[in-house]
Design a binder for this molecule. Structure first.
Ligand SMILES: Nc1ncnc2c1ncn2[C@@H]1O[C@H](COP(=O)(O)OP(=O)(O)O)[C@@H](O)[C@H]1O
Ligand SMILES: [Mg+2]
Length: 353
């Protein structure tokens, strides 16, 4: 049997470069396991922080060490792909955040006319931009907290407009509220604000990251997540929960070992679990996702309310990440998961839009 050549694309121009390397390392091992080894040849492609692509020994070295290489020479030809790219049968991009999860790399792979794992341009872009995502969810009738979208130019406007903007946020959303750049991830630039002074500082700070900013009413809730797998008839996994003792699930809590715990399955009433699974599938379909997504929710225990927080179309995929763990608790092992994702990529490519 001829083996399928899988191009594993990782690293990338985003704040989540290091997480991507860890995800790729875990995926690379999963392709070497069990029956996958006889079906697939994996070719690693490392996208440096400056955007240049590396294949061959350098990419292999990054995968093996699990760490970014320092002092790599900047490439004068960002648009020039390594020659190995021409021989890839299926791409597996595992790039998180901007320039990877947002439709940019998906556009390039679409132009190359080769199947790739995960969502296409629309699903990726809609899932990445928190304002576009929430507008789509609102249209689809998926419950979420109240939010407002503002632009950098409104925030950095003259001294007359800015106070009015803050008044409007206070009236519509109250405190505490969350200020977020529309397009980042990993909680970067996100602030929980409790008064006018904090609101002003947070808006100014978020505007330094992005042209578009979202402000959401704060909710006191448990954080639960559901994994989705498939194309036109996607399946939902069991529901997991994240617990932590910090004020919210900020960058430090996410990436400092021992600061957060994953509970699998989340201790929840069965009816709540089915509602979350149903909403996860609805969200996946609403943004036109394919292959995989992790959908995150707030569960307000006191009232039984469920609000969607966000969808991640290329979620963290390390050995200890929520997405593969949710599937392994649902009965799909890590190696089976990567195998299925490749098969879904081929299926999606073979059916016209
Ligand atoms: N509206 C909200 N109410 C309560 N907590 C929130 C709200 N929005 C965000 N948070 C907290 O901030 C964290 C990060 O926000 P999120 O929108 O998920 O950003 P990211 O895309 O960077 O993960 C959440 O996991 C949660 O702990
Ligand atoms: Mg999040």
């Amino acid at each position: 049997m001829t083996k399928l050549r899988v191009g594993l694309l990782f690293g990338g121009r985003s704040g989540e470069h290091e997480v991507s390397i860890k995800s790729a390392k875990a995926i690379f091992s999963a392709f070497a396991a069990e029956e996958n080894a006889s079906k697939y040849d994996v070719v690693p492609f490392y996208i440096q922080k400056d955007g240049a692509w590396q294949a061959g020994e350098i990419a292999q070295q990054v995968i093996t060490s699990g760490q970014a290489l320092q002092n790599l020479a900047a490439s004068p030809n960002l648009w020039q792909l390594p020659p190995q790219a021409a021989e890839i049968d299926v791409w597996f991009p595992i790039l998180h955040g901007p320039n990877g999860e947002d439709g940019t790399i998906q556009g390039l792979l679409t132009l190359m006319q080769v199947p790739y794992v995960g969502s296409g341009v629309l699903g990726s872009a809609a899932g990445m931009d928190k304002i576009a995502m929430k507008d789509v969810f609102a249209q689809a009738g998926i419950p979420q907290v109240k939010y407002m979208a503002v632009t950098r130019s409104q925030i950095w406007s003259n001294a007359c407009i800015f106070p009015k903007l803050c008044d409007e946020i206070e009236t519509n959303l109250g405190y505490p509220c969350f200020v977020k750049p529309a397009n980042l991830g990993s909680s970067v630039g996100i602030a929980k604000v409790r008064d006018r002074r904090e609101l002003e500082t947070a808006l100014d700070n978020a505007a330094s990251y992005d042209r578009r900013i979202i402000i959401e009413a704060g909710v006191v809730a448990r954080e639960v997540e559901c994994a989705v797998l498939g194309n036109d008839s996607p399946k939902a996994s069991i529901v997991g929960e994240i617990t932590y003792s910090s004020d919210f699930y900020d960058y430090e809590t996410k990436y400092t070992e021992g600061k957060a715990d994953l509970l699998m399955p989340a201790p929840l009433p069965e009816a709540i679990v089915s509602q979350i699974q149903e909403l996860a599938l609805k969200a996946f379909i609403a943004i036109n996702a394919s292959g995989l997504s992790r959908v995150d929710f707030f569960y307000v225990e006191a009232t039984g309310e469920i609000f969607i927080n966000e969808i991640n179309t290329l979620p963290g995929f390390t050995a200890t990440s929520m997405y593969p763990q949710l599937w392994s608790h649902t009965g799909v092992s890590f190696p089976q998961l990567v195998d299925q994702l490749v098969q879904f990529a081929i299926e999606r490519h073979s059916t016209p839009n």
